[in-house]
Ligand binder design. Structure first.
Ligand code: FMN
Length: 204
């Protein structure tokens, strides 16, 4: 592929800086997140890039798109949005699916990792595996689903870093507890819990 030159010469320099600045953040301030910033992070993770949402910001095996993104918002966590669990539609819509603050229950389900409790928002990367396994079979299909969660997680990391926010990919949790808290039922599997917020500088 030909290297982009001219006006776009600087993009790879910016990308390099962004990639190098990405770090897992586990100390969060209580400062609320702007709703536009939350939407940007979600869009970067798994947003639609065309009119009919046939393609998204993350690659998907056979364009089967098994991933779903949820935002569990603490009370006062996002300016102008109430506490609750919201399903992201890939554009700008957040549909309320549970109208309560679940951050303490998520914290318990994530083996009491403090950052899950402190963050104003927890993004839950979940999947409807059958969308992929019906084409590729159970074993290969699940492998692809896990790979896709990784792509989405990295995009979320990078978008957070670009906005001066922080996140950490939490994989250690009780699946059944997270599913119950989120109201998932049997068809949706939680894969990552990603606390999101402004980093807090540790006092000496
Ligand atoms: C699959 C996976 C699971 C992870 N699970 C956790 C976790 O449960 N808790 C946590 O604090 N960090 C978790 N992490 C974050 C790693 O600890 C972190 O990426 C690693 O220490 C490297 O640091 P960096 O992300 O700042 O480069 C996980 C990362 C991955 C990729």
């Amino acid at each position: 592929m030909r290297r982009v030159r001219g006006r776009d010469e600087g993009i790879h320099v910016l990308l390099r800086r962004l990639l190098a600045s990405r770090r897992s953040v586990r100390l969060f301030s209580s400062r609320p997140i702007r709703v536009d910033d939350l939407l940007f992070v979600l869009w970067s993770g798994y947003g639609c890039v065309d009119k009919y949402c046939r393609r998204r910001t993350s690659p998907s095996a056979g364009a089967t798109y098994p991933i779903e993104l949820y935002a569990a918002i603490r009370r006062g966590g996002v300016e102008g949005l109430g506490a609750g669990v919201y399903l992201y539609d890939g554009r700008r819509d957040l549909r309320l699916v549970r109208g309560m603050d679940v951050s303490r229950s998520l914290y318990e389900a994530c083996l009491r990792q403090r950052w899950v409790l402190d963050a104003p928002v927890n993004i839950i990367v979940a999947a409807r595996p059958w969308r992929t396994t019906r084409w590729y079979g159970a074993e290969r299909g699940m492998r692809y689903v896990y790979m896709e969660a990784g792509h989405v997680g990295q995009n979320i990391y990078l978008a957070a870093a670009a906005l001066g926010l922080g996140t950490v990919a939490v994989g250690a949790f009780y699946d059944d507890m997270v599913s119950e808290i989120m109201g998932f039922g049997g068809e949706v599997a939680p894969l990552y819990v990603m606390p999101l917020g402004y980093p807090r500088v540790k006092r000496r």
